[in-house]
Design a protein around this ligand. Structure first.
Ligand SMILES: Cc1cc2nc3c(=O)[nH]c(=O)nc-3n(C[C@H](O)[C@H](O)[C@H](O)COP(=O)(O)OP(=O)(O)OC[C@H]3O[C@@H](n4cnc5c(N)ncnc54)[C@H](O)[C@@H]3O)c2cc1C
Length: 334
């Protein structure tokens, strides 16, 4: 795929009538491409009541197509894909950008197949070499980067949350919003969703409000060892303890404390990753942190690639020593 493009389409996600944070990040990604290709950007917001989210998204200066669909069809990926196929016929994109989330992965590969497009998933950076776009994605648990070119005229790209900074929601000039309805597409139901339940207590805003997040990974070893992280967090103002998914799966921390692509996206002033390897799914939720400190026994751990400070130590004795040091300094009035 050469760098002469006409149209970039961003497929938006939204909840509670507002564009998701990742959607604003996709807009930034599209703008990075536009810097090279000078192409038009349009976003597609699809759902039962997409209009409010579409209006808010247009405040970033992006032109938006809002596609309203029936409530009973909303949860069906095949149906969403069909709607997007028909929209893409009209919009004629060269690049389609979606979030690398459960929703994006539900429809993007299928959409690419039906359009005869290439599909490159987990893209965290886009560059140009010799007039050709190069899409960069992490492989081998973040230890290597793969540089991928598209061999097709149309390319579908999924971008993990946290890969780009979110676009500012107040541009000087608002984008346009076109309202489309799409209820005449036949349903092809191959699965039946019995119910959808919201996970975790939404009232816990500890991670959103924290300046410092102390995050535990599997390297912490056992549940009792979380205590030293709690103790450390207790010594700091506006801090909270979070964890990687294996800890939440073990029931050591509640789901609302999970950071990552299937958990929360956080951007505290300081993120301390304790025994976290740095899988792409975890990084997606914390890469936007201002300063990242990682403690890990493996000097080759992928988390170090994105860390500002790298501590190669056994996490529990290291954190115990840190707690002791801070407590002693405090008691001496330092
Ligand atoms: C669809 C999907 C969605 C996912 N969503 C998420 C998500 O939202 N969030 C998430 O976190 N994961 C998610 N995962 C899981 C993800 O792929 C990884 O398995 C997970 O992030 C690994 O967690 P970890 O880093 O704690 O454990 P590990 O990968 O096992 O890493 C443990 C690390 O601890 C280090 N270590 C070991 N002992 C010590 C010690 N004594 N001191 C210091 N360091 C030590 C090791 O060197 C290693 O780097 C998802 C996976 C899938 C397939």
């Amino acid at each position: 795929m050469n760098s002469r493009l006409k149209k970039i389409i961003v497929i938006a996600e939204y909840s509670d009538d507002r564009p998701a944070q990742v959607t604003l990040e996709l807009i930034t990604c599209a703008r990075e491409i536009r810097k090279i290709a000078n192409a038009d950007i349009q976003a597609v917001v699809m759902g039962v009541r997409p209009e409010s989210a579409a209006q808010i998204l247009s405040l970033t200066g992006t032109d938006v197509v809002s596609i309203e669909i029936d409530v009973e069809k909303e949860q069906y990926p095949l149906f969403q894909r069909r709607i997007l196929e028909s929209a893409m016929e009209e919009l004629k994109p060269d690049i389609i950008i979606a979030a690398h989330t459960s929703m994006g992965m539900d429809f993007l590969p299928g959409l690419a197949v039906s359009m005869g497009a290439s599909c490159i998933t987990g893209v965290k950076k886009i560059t140009v070499e010799s007039g050709q776009f190069v899409f960069v994605r992490s492989v081998w648990n973040g230890k290597f980067d793969a540089m991928i070119r598209s061999e097709k005229a149309v390319t579908a790209v999924s971008v993990p949350p946290g890969s780009f900074k979110p676009a500012d929601g107040r541009a000087a000039k608002k984008g346009t919003v076109s309202l489309w309805k799409n209820s005449d597409i036949a349903e092809d139901r191959r699965i039946r969703i019995e119910s959808v339940e919201k996970k975790g207590a939404s009232s816990d805003s500890s991670l959103d409000d924290a300046d410092v997040i102390v995050s535990a990974g599997r390297g912490i070893g056992k549940e009792e060892n979380l205590e030293v992280l709690r103790e450390f967090a207790g010594l700091l103002r506006k801090s909270a303890v979070a964890g990687s998914r294996p800890l939440i799966d073990c029931g050591w921390l509640p789901y609302r404390r999970q950071v990552g692509v299937t958990g929360k996206t956080v951007s505290p002033k300081i993120y301390i990753a304790c025994g976290v390897s740095g899988s792409s799914q975890h990084i997606a939720g914390m890469a936007g942190s201002e300063t990242i400190i990682a403690v890990n026994t493996d000097p080759g751990a992928a988390i170090f690639n994105i860390s500002d400070f790298c501590v190669i130590e056994d996490v529990v004795p290291f954190m115990e020593a840190l707690v002791k040091l801070i407590s002693t300094s405090e008691s001496q009035g330092c």
